[in-house]
Design a protein around this ligand. Structure first.
Ligand SMILES: Nc1ncnc2c1ncn2[C@@H]1O[C@H](COP(=O)(O)OP(=O)(O)O)[C@@H](O)[C@H]1O
Ligand SMILES: [Mg+2]
Length: 372
């Protein structure tokens, strides 16, 4: 099996570091303090949640994970939550049996998921008032079971896209009253997550502690890569590991992906040229998408994107020196373009470090832009 996972979490064996973040998360959960954490895409938020839930489940803690990215409204959120509670507790005894009593009146429908083949529960709720009450009811029920339960909600910012505008208030009000359930909220869209948690006018303001997930430390990642390759009798030297981490800027997904593809080649002695060949293959597979990006944005946006790729880390986009170097017009111009690129998530603003900077979000696109 390829030890470099690129789309899921399996077990600690394939998971690199995140020790202090895991500790912080667990200590928050144990102390019933709700946590919100956000970071750029593909840096490892979902994997970290799953890692922590894995560790807690090993200790017989009940953990419920839901990803609400695909939900479009409060009703779908309600259903996904009801379904995950249904799955977390066996139907025929204890909590599961009592849960069934509670939701019976909500006309549950059990169907079989076409893809996974596992049973799915959905509630036949029709009236708005009814489903505004259902989540509070479900959570209250869980809370009354006198059992510590963790609920992790991934891609939480999605609630801002619902047509119902009171979802935050509904959730916040009932969460406040719970004693046995701790929540982890996670999301990729920085702007929306900040809006939910850092805006003094919003219900969730100051209601959680927050964790910022940064890139994995380079030395720690290098050791992990070496170990994973060596376990499978591959040989790779320190310089080539360093090269991989430079090419991917130490960003989790891109590092995993590059290592995954190198591993997949099956050549036991990894050389510099194999590293380059592999990244070039990935990039040529993606090239059609990069050209599509170019068609979707304005020439000045494309131009600045390329400049940011070349700079790698852009700390001061409004400095005269920078604007002059690349002939970018005036700072108001640059500001507008940067906003547009951030909005499209083509660039990411690392704001939680001492010297904040902009970077191209997609590291393979970055490499491609640098060499075009
Ligand atoms: N600490 C880690 N060690 C190894 N692989 C990881 C780690 N964190 C994430 N990954 C891998 O990187 C990819 C992206 O991580 P993911 O958790 O989906 O990112 P996010 O939720 O932030 O978008 C996943 O395929 C996951 O398997
Ligand atoms: Mg995720």
């Amino acid at each position: 099996m390829n030890p470099f996972l690129i789309n899921n979490y399996i077990s600690p064996e394939y998971f690199c570091d995140r020790e202090s973040e895991s500790k912080t998360l667990i200590s928050n959960i144990v102390n019933k303090s709700n946590v919100a954490f956000f970071a750029q895409r593909k840096i490892g938020k979902t994997a970290l949640i799953n890692h922590v839930l894995y560790l807690l489940q090993k200790k017989k803690q009940t953990a419920i994970y839901i990803d609400i990215y695909a939900t479009q409204n409060l009703k779908e959120l309600t259903n996904i939550l009801a379904n995950s509670i249904y799955k977390a507790f066996p139907e025929n005894k204890g909590i599961g049996k009592r849960f069934w009593e509670v939701i019976k009146i909500l006309r549950p429908i059990i169907s079989v998921d076409e893809i996974t083949g596992s049973p799915q529960l959905s509630l036949d709720i029709t009236q708005t008032k009814q489903f505004e009450n259902t989540i509070p009811q479900l959570l209250k029920f869980l809370d009354q079971q006198n059992k510590a339960i963790i609920i992790a909600i991934d891609e939480f910012q999605q609630i801002l896209n619902y047509p119902e505008k009171n979802v935050e208030a509904i959730l916040r009000t009932c969460i406040q009253q719970l004693k046995n359930i701790s929540f982890v909220f996670c999301g990729s869209n920085q702007k929306m997550m900040h809006y939910i948690f850092y805006n003094a006018k919003r219900p969730f303001y100051a209601s959680t502690s927050s964790i910022n997930l940064k890139k994995i430390d380079k030395t720690v990642y290098a050791e992990f890569i070496k170990l994973q390759f060596e376990k499978h009798k591959f040989k790779i030297n320190t310089e080539d590991i360093e090269l991989i981490l430079d090419l991917t800027d130490c960003h989790t997904y891109y590092t995993q992906r590059l290592c995954h593809e190198i591993f997949a080649r099956g050549v036991k002695k990894i050389t510099t040229s194999i590293v380059f060949q592999t990244i070039n293959t990935i990039i040529s597979d993606n090239e059609a998408i990069y050209f599509q990006y170019r068609n979707l944005i304005t020439p000045s946006q494309w131009n600045l994107l390329k400049v940011i790729a070349i700079e790698k880390k852009l700390e001061q986009p409004y400095a005269q020196k920078f604007i002059f170097k690349y002939n970018l017009g005036n700072s108001a111009n640059v500001k507008r373009v940067i906003e547009a690129l951030s909005e499209k998530e083509l660039i990411y603003y690392n704001s939680t470090i001492e010297k904040p900077y902009y970077e191209v979000s997609d590291k393979f696109l970055m490499f491609w832009l640098q060499h075009k």
